[in-house]
Design a protein around this ligand. Structure first.
Ligand SMILES: *Cc1c(COP(=O)(O)O)cnc(C)c1O
Length: 386
């Protein structure tokens, strides 16, 4: 039998899973209509509302993050509706495809991959929509493909000023890493997925739905069955689910949310911020260039541009030698960037290890010297400590 290699997962999902959560996952399944299971649904729903900072329903769907985003779109909109889609990366691009697939009229607001979307472009389009034709603004908060975070706080203010348009937001790599006060920013649909900041394996997705979104739901005519959110809302009154949910992932979710409550939102956000700073500042000391603009670095993922070497072989060296798995670039960015995931169950030791592994791999290639590595680690220490 092959000996399992001890490795460290530093990709932006799936993310590492704590032992407490793995144990919950390994329990014997129970009936999904039992009282015990209803108690789990009750507890996870309350804790999801806490994590999402909302009084809105937070519904749990068995499916990955894309299921929740698709559900948000098809439950609030109708064929031919005009929507704005923000696109500055692979996920933004996905929501354009979904919207077009369902026959929506898509107006894109784009930014170069690696740059944040310009909130003023949203303001202009929304302010000039005198007939209130725009039914929704669809947008990715933390664009995982590039490591850019978009200014959702400002953009959500412009959406609110429009009054009619709904916000449908992919917060898959921001919830659980960054402050997303759903009620304060009056976000209508917020979608996320279990394998990211929630510290559990892939398979569940979450969607919060505002009062305004439920009103839009009454008019929505796009086809839906498994993802019909009305049936999830109705079942939730009973702490239940319309179909057979992934019972064991629900055990895991319950445990992970308890851990997050013990840690507290402020500590969770600060930890991600410290880790982001440590990695990005250390990278600079190693003469590396950050791919995302400095003002818009995502708290959950750091993209590094490899200007004069192949990112894929670099990533492979790090995995072979140090057992740290990093993510590559997608599409035209393949070979040009690598991405360090620092979302969820990541600690300071992981950060120090990945910086050391990157430094030593550059050293072997004669791209940095001893002094650079030392400086990178001291820089990291400074940010890890506060
Ligand atoms: C991971 C991710 C998703 C969801 O992708 P799935 O593969 O469906 O889980 C959506 N948006 C972003 C920004 C992501 O990082």
């Amino acid at each position: 039998m092959a000996i399992q290699k001890k490795f460290s997962l530093m990709i932006p999902g799936p993310t590492p899973v704590p032992e407490r959560v793995l144990e919950a996952l390994g329990r014997h399944p129970i009936g999904h209509r039992s009282k015990d299971f209803q108690n789990i649904v009750k507890s996870t729903t309350e804790n999801l509302q806490w994590l999402h900072q909302t009084k809105n329903e937070v519904l749990t769907i068995t499916g990955s993050g894309t299921a929740a985003m698709e559900a948000g779109i098809i439950n609030t909109l109708s064929k031919g509706d005009k929507v704005i889609c923000g696109e500055n990366g692979k996920f933004g691009q996905r929501w354009v495809k979904v919207a077009e697939e369902f026959g929506l009229e898509v107006v894109q607001i784009n930014a170069e991959w690696g740059k944040a979307l310009d909130p003023e472009k949203f303001k202009n389009i929304l302010e000039n929509d005198f007939n209130k034709d725009i039914k929704a603004v669809i947008l990715t908060h933390s664009e995982t493909s590039t490591g850019v975070i978009n200014d959702l706080k400002t953009i959500s203010q412009y959406i609110r000023n429009h009054k009619k348009a709904l916000s449908i937001i992919d917060c898959v790599t921001s919830i659980g890493a960054f402050n997303v006060p759903i009620d304060e920013w009056e976000l209508d649909i917020v979608a996320s997925g279990s394998q990211k900041g929630y510290m559990i394996p892939p398979g569940l997705s979450f969607i919060s739905v505002s009062e305004k979104a439920w009103k839009a739901n009454e008019l929505s005519n796009l086809p839906k069955f498994y993802l019909d959110l009305k049936s999830y809302k109705k079942s939730l009154l009973n702490n239940s689910n319309p179909f057979t949910p992934s019972v064991n992932l629900m055990f895991a979710l319950d445990e992970a949310l308890k851990m997050m409550r013990e840690e507290g939102l402020k500590n969770i956000f600060q930890k991600h911020e410290r880790h982001k700073r440590a990695i990005s500042e250390a990278a600079k000391k190693l003469n590396l260039k950050l791919f995302a603009s400095e003002k818009s670095l995502s708290p959950s993922i750091t993209s590094i541009e490899t200007q004069n070497f192949d990112a894929e072989s670099f990533r492979k060296n790090i995995n072979d030698k140090y057992g740290i798995q990093l993510a590559g670039g997608q599409d035209h960015l393949k070979g040009k960037i690598f991405r360090v995931g620092h979302l969820g169950y990541i600690n300071d030791r992981d950060i120090i290890s990945v910086i050391s592994a990157i430094g030593l791999t550059l050293y072997e290639r004669n791209m940095v010297n001893e002094n650079d590595i030392g400086q990178a680690l001291i820089e990291a220490k400074k940010h890890l400590e506060g």
